[in-house]
Ligand binder design. Structure first.
Ligand SMILES: C[S@@+](CC[C@H](N)C(=O)[O-])C[C@H]1O[C@@H](n2cnc3c(N)ncnc32)[C@H](O)[C@@H]1O
Length: 370
């Protein structure tokens, strides 16, 4: 992302570039969503970030499901030096290389000013070993913005009207005006939470990787608070008349109840309190299973995970139709692979990511046709 005149000073009439922040590992899936669903043109992909040009700066940007947050690009570089001199450059680029007036105009068109006094917030994020601290980066950003934001606006801790973010990852920095608010990543339906509940954007990525089709029967046998089921529902809205059938359940009554409450906001849910090792479903009745079984650390002893995965996969193999798919997110990759080897499913695709600080993998499997 070298700082060229072309990438940071837009030609008259050309819309500024945007970028999405995504869970590291999901960049390609988010890029595919931006390309296919939004008609956007991908400009650059770095760890956790997808830079793109959209045809319009409108609400459709906020409807991307695999993206955590979306921004108007102010400036970017992949040539930080890790030395304190970076701070002068950050200040200078922020002060001089950005048409903030234009970015604010586009932002306000999408997010009208509140009735109360607007607030602003500056966010600096850093990953890597730099010769300066996050607070220094934030100060450089604040100095660069001096005079661009109304002096009467108070600063807010969170949920501000205007938020300028600067994210540094090793030698790469990207600075932008946040278009989304917290509802983009947390969704509006998700009011019931539990420990180990999945990020909706990761669930959305699992849905895209599965490639669900109209009329299919889709099950999350270990649904927790229903994140994957909700993302299936939202994705399937595009099928209109030919709705998919979605159901799920959980061994814990409290989880199944929470899923029921969350999903009620998206229509009538089919949620059961069941054991995924003994599903009340007919043989060969399910097109795809999408699920996030417990990671080893959530069970009393890591030794329990092998037998659980083995029993679960045997049961999933029973209920899946020939050629059915299973999209599973686990951290114990080898344990899952051993369990799957017993039923002979074929690996289709894998995506590595980090969940709650742990390495994890989404894998898509297909049951044989006979
Ligand atoms: C990692 S969590 C799933 C989180 C879920 N994707 C969400 O977003 O909330 C794993 C879930 O599996 C459930 N579980 C564990 N063993 C189970 C079993 N034998 N049958 C059904 N559910 C089970 C747990 O109660 C837990 O809610």
């Amino acid at each position: 992302m070298s700082r060229t005149r072309h990438s940071h000073r837009e030609e008259v009439g050309e819309l500024p570039a945007c970028y999405g922040m995504v869970v590291a590992g999901l960049e390609e899936i988010a890029a595919e969503e931006i390309r296919r669903d939004l008609g956007g043109e991908i400009r650059k992909i770095t760890s956790g970030t997808v830079v793109f040009r959209a045809k319009a700066i409108d609400r459709r940007l906020l409807e991307l499901r695999t993206v955590e947050d979306v921004f108007l690009l102010a400036w970017g570089t992949d040539q930080l030096t890790y030395r304190a001199t970076d701070l002068d450059l950050i200040q200078r680029w922020t002060a001089r290389n950005v048409d903030w007036g234009r970015l604010f105009k586009l932002h306000h068109a999408l997010r009208p000013k509140p009735k109360s006094r607007p607030t602003y917030r500056l966010v600096a994020q850093m990953a890597g070993e730099h010769g300066y601290l996050r607070k220094h980066t934030r100060q450089a950003l604040a100095k660069g913005l001096a005079g661009h934001l109304p002096a009467s606006w108070p600063e807010a801790e969170e949920n501000a009207f205007v938020e300028v973010w600067l994210s540094i990852h090793e030698a790469t920095a990207i600075c932008g005006l946040r278009l989304s608010d917290r509802t983009m990543r947390h969704r509006t339906w998700k009011l019931e939470h539990r420990a180990a509940s999945l990020r909706p954007t990761v669930a959305a990525a699992m849905v895209r990787l599965t490639g669900i089709k109209p009329g299919e029967v889709l099950v999350d046998p270990m649904c927790g608070v229903g994140t994957i089921m909700a993302e299936i529902r939202c994705h399937a809205d595009r099928f209109r008349e030919q709705a998919v059938q979605v159901c799920g359940g959980d061994l814990e009554f409290a989880a199944a109840r929470a899923a029921g409450l969350n999903l009620r906001r998206l229509g009538s849910p089919l949620v059961a309190n069941w054991d995924a090792r003994r599903l009340p479903l007919a043989d060969q009745s399910v097109d795809a299973i999408l699920s996030n079984p417990p990671f080893g650390k959530q069970l009393a002893s890591p030794g329990e995970i092998g037998p659980l995965y083995r029993d679960m996969i045997r049961e999933y193999d029973r209920v899946l139709k020939p050629g059915g798919r299973a999209t599973l997110l686990v951290s114990d990759v080898r344990t899952l692979r051993d369990a799957v080897a017993e039923v002979g499913w074929q690996a289709q695709r894998t995506v590595n990511l980090r969940i709650l600080g742990q390495a994890a993998r989404i894998s898509v499997w297909q049951k044989g046709w006979r």
